[in-house]
Design a protein around this ligand. Structure first.
Ligand SMILES: [Zn+2]
Length: 302
């Protein structure tokens, strides 16, 4: 059996797959945030439960938020107790088998490139627009493994000065330590922040969308600004990776108006001779992270 473990800021899910990567079942528990020992113990318990249930020693792949750097050290703001830890080495020692650990956005990209909406393309960028903004690049169904594990971090490209001046936007500090990262403007909470910037009123991003659909002009203006920024962010990644398709995941990708208007929003930010690649929604949705982790887990051998 193959297990895909999807670590999130609040939940850890284990999904069990057969040899053909068909999902059999999954279950989830709360993520221990403050004790690294408790965090490791929780993952070990999940794997042991699956081993006991299926009477085997399954292959394990883990997807988690943050950077998994060249030294296999995890740098994660969402799971603070794992920050700076060698999660892979610590789990290998206790689970007594090789395992794969990768950034969750890159697990998403891999699953969509090899078994999802990007399957018929060779060069696929998988972009999550959710609580954060990150992604991964795949070539011929395999994840591009960059030197330091940071390729695909499009959310930490800086906000364009042109757009900052056009909308008189504040320069926001990012959790990564830089100033003015696009993630602060284009991830889920970004739309709410823009609405507040233009109106000084507080709504959630979901409420801004509802207000826009009801015809409120300020909400429409905030959304148009959001799309201009998102178009610029995606133009950056197109210039960097030149993909044939961009597969969208995360909560914001469920907004029809976003998916429909994104190609037009990108156009003004790329060179005039460059055409916008295909842009499609993910096939596996929230299940993509565990599937991508399982795909990586299936490829590690003792
Ligand atoms: Zn940043």
């Amino acid at each position: 059996m193959i297990y895909g473990v999807d670590v999130g800021g609040s939940k850890i899910e284990i999904a069990v797959f057969d040899e053909k990567l068909q999902r059999i079942e999954s279950w989830r528990v709360a993520t221990p945030k403050h004790s690294y020992e408790a965090f490791l113990a929780q993952i070990i318990t999940l794997v042991q439960q699956a081993d006991d249930k299926y009477g085997c020693k399954g292959q394990v792949g883990i997807g988690m938020p943050g950077i998994v750097n060249a030294q296999q050290r995890v740098l994660s703001a969402n799971v603070p107790c794992a920050n700076g830890k060698e999660v892979k080495a610590d789990l290998v020692a206790q689970l007594e088998r090789p395992i794969a650990v990768e950034n969750d956005c890159r697990c998403f990209a891999l699953s969509e490139a090899s078994l999802g909406a990007g399957k018929q393309y060779q060069k696929v960028f998988g972009a999550i627009i959710g609580t954060g903004a990150g992604g991964g690049f795949c070539i011929d169904g395999a994840l591009y493994k960059s030197a330091q594990g940071i390729a695909g971090e499009y959310g930490h490209h800086p906000l364009s000065a042109v757009l900052q001046q056009k909308y008189h936007l504040p320069i926001l500090a990012c959790g990564c330590g830089l100033q003015g990262c696009l993630e602060r403007y284009v991830a889920g909470p970004g739309l709410a922040g823009l609405y507040q910037h233009f109106t000084t009123q507080t709504l959630t991003s979901e409420q801004v969308i509802t207000a826009m659909r009801a015809g409120e002009s300020e909400a429409r203006h905030a959304f148009n600004c959001y799309m201009d920024l998102l178009g610029s962010a995606f133009a950056n990644l197109i210039k960097a990776y030149d993909p044939e398709v961009i597969v969208l995941g995360g909560g914001m990708s469920l907004i029809d108006e976003l998916v429909e208007t994104l190609p037009k929003a990108i156009e003004p930010h790329v060179f005039s001779a460059v055409s916008v690649p295909d842009i499609v929604r993910a096939k596996h949705g929230d299940a993509s992270g565990a599937l991508g982790a399982a795909l990586l887990g299936s490829k590690v051998h003792a």
